[in-house]
Ligand binder design. Structure first.
Ligand code: COA
Length: 188
């Protein structure tokens, strides 16, 4: 997919040095991406902040900007840091050589323009990901846009877990099925 040529979208690296500068914008983007719209869930604002802070203390990523406005981000870390991944069942996936894409979000007004595709392709191409041979993501089984995106990128389903989440409307717990998907970044 090509980006709309009229839109000057730029991609910048995100690390624990520049994270404080963009922290508030990333929190807002995260909050709007996951707590609004068709695939919304209730997430405690404090939980968003601490989750992002925790991931960025050891992780890295990329941010997309439309001029000076943050419109998308991908944040990842080594899979060994994901406490929910069923490592015992996937001995072929090396926890410290596999990139875990923990968060991917695009502002609602900028979706469908290739922003997410661009962020992930950037992630796989650039040097930060070089120690990694594989990539894994976890996605809600009802999140059609995300599932379609990952399939388009060559990810395949390898496992499923269930997590208790809080619904946006009724603020009630519900079981969310999460699919783990995998693809090779570098062929051995
Ligand atoms: C999922 C998300 C990141 C996609 O971002 P995006 O920038 O709109 O995606 P792109 O424009 O790069 O789309 C690339 C491909 O993804 C798929 N896709 C994206 N949006 C889609 C939709 N609404 N319906 C079906 N497929 C979709 C398509 O295959 C698309 O390729 P195509 O346009 O050639 O058909 C975005 O919808 C989002 O931020 N959602 C909320 C947060 C979220 O769910 N994150 C993922 C958590 S695992």
């Amino acid at each position: 997919m090509t980006l709309d040529n009229m839109t000057p979208i730029t991609i910048f690296g995100l690390d624990n040095v520049n994270y404080p500068k963009y922290r508030n914008e990333l929190i807002d983007l995260y909050s709007l991406s996951f707590t609004e719209g068709r695939y919304a869930q209730h997430i405690d604002p404090q939980a968003i902040e601490s989750s992002l802070d925790d991931i960025m203390s050891i992780g890295f990523g990329f941010m997309s900007f439309d001029k000076d406005t943050l419109i998308g981000a991908v944040i990842c870390l080594a899979l060994k840091n994901d406490p929910d991944f069923p490592f015992d069942l996937h001995k072929d996936i090396q926890p410290d050589k596999t990139l875990y894409i923990a968060d991917l979000m695009v502002d609602q007004n900028h979706r469908g323009k290739g922003v997410a595709l661009g962020l992930i392709e950037h992630l796989f191409e650039l040097s930060n990901s070089k120690p990694y041979t594989d990539a894994v993501i976890r996605v809600w089984n009802e999140n059609i846009p995300a599932l379609s995106l990952y399939k388009k990128l060559g990810f395949v389903e390898i496992d499923m877990i269930s997590q208790t989440k809080i619904s946006k409307e009724k603020k009630e717990p519900f079981e969310m099925k999460k699919i783990y998907m995998h693809r090779k970044i570098i062929e051995n």
